[in-house]
Design a protein around this ligand. Sequence first.
Ligand SMILES: Nc1ncnc2c1ncn2[C@@H]1O[C@H](COP(=O)(O)OP(=O)(O)OP(=O)(O)O)[C@@H](O)[C@H]1O
Length: 477
Amino acid sequence: MKIHCTRPGCPKPDNLYPDLDDHANLKTVQQKYCTTCGMPLILDGRYLTERLLGQGGFGAAFLARDRRSPSLRTCVVKQFLPAGDLDPQQLAIAQGLFEREAQVLDRLGHQHPQIPNLLAYFPLEATGWQTRTPQQFFYLVQEYIDGQNLEQELSSRGPFSETEVLEVMREILNVLEFVHGEDVIHRDLKPSNIMRDRSGTLHLLDFGAVKEVTQAPGNKSTGIYSAGFAPPEQMRGRSVYPSTDLYALGVTAIMLLTAKDPEDLFDSYSNAWLWKDQVTISDSITNILDRMLQPTPSDRFGAATEVLTALNAMISPPPPPISPPPPPPPVVPAPSVTPQSAPVSAPVATQIQAPTPTVRRPFSILEILASAAFTGFDGGLLVMVLWSLLDTIPLSLGIAGLLLAGLLLAQVRRWIEKWDLLIVAGISFAIVFWVGTTRGNLEVAQVIILPILTALSAVVATSLFRLIYGILKRLIS
Ligand SMILES: Nc1ncnc2c1ncn2[C@@H]1O[C@H](COP(=O)(O)OP(=O)(O)OP(=O)(O)O)[C@@H](O)[C@H]1O
């Protein structure tokens, strides 16, 4: 059996003990020591570390086996390993907080299936290596979640779709709702701390309360939070709120959508998140993420429940396109998650537009009118140039009709929208201007005025149609 030494800096941590392959030996042996540094290898009399899983700012995580369980259950052993620049007072606080992390996990893990259970928490005093001074170590053992974290998933499969991100958000918000209800703020939410097990369930990892220790202003030392995911109040070492975790979840969501690191999405010059032009998602989810990513806690959602309500509101069927917007639903005061809940700046429901969970969102009135102007403009140009070249009305109308149908399809499918409309209109105008005035018999004034007139007519016709449709609809209902 291979046992991995947990002493930081051990030059040859892998120890081979073939005698422990025999279960009877494994169960009864008293202790084994690292052949290089003498560190005890069977922790708390039962946990045998197999390999290093990773190293964070305040400790290392190891994959381990529990020799006291009949199936040699796999578990995760986390070792408290603060960075070397803490003074004795800070170290004492850090140890106290590590213990608090254990208490928090103990309380939360046994109540929620998506938080790993705490299995043990213990100190270990070992003789120093290359020194006679004894060394103190702290360990925390927790349930092993067999799967991949979302950071690993992201790098192996690329960006998540809107639907997939919504699923992640909903699931983690439900966990946060519970966590915040227990007066706990996670403080380090990010894709690498969200683990998807083999059945697809997400788990929230790493309740690193120890990270509070260096939050004193001016102390910018290691691993206090994860840069990029922490909102301004946490970076300044101020109080944290439920909305601190919601901000980090917002960053997580845009990272999953874009497959980009937070540093590549945040523009420090304008102090803003620049991610929207990199993805096509519905307005409603964009608005929700915008609010989660507000720099001021009180501008964000105050509680996970509020975000869930906003996400659920997206499922309700979209209002008919013409009828006036329905009156805002009665404002339900946001349930206060913890006494630290940030004040809620506005009722959630009023923040949501055009609810739809689908990727192809409905067109706004402005978009419809802009598209009508574009179609009218290009339609006018097409008919004019074809007529001037072919000199037969039916054929010109037929070809123009076919080309227009293609353009309409491109707009409905959103292949061309916003600036594309202007670009396509500009290019077609330039072509028609050149072809019509050099090869055809068109006048310059004709090429300029006629398409503008057809564009205006299309806008007027569309507006009238929408008005009549709206009136009829209201009369019928
Ligand atoms: N309960 C667990 N089950 C399975 N894997 C885990 C568990 N806890 C941690 N891990 C994995 O172990 C690795 C190290 O975790 P750890 O929490 O020590 O550091 P980190 O999350 O990488 O960094 P930081 O502490 O700075 O957030 C990560 O890849 C994480 O996914």
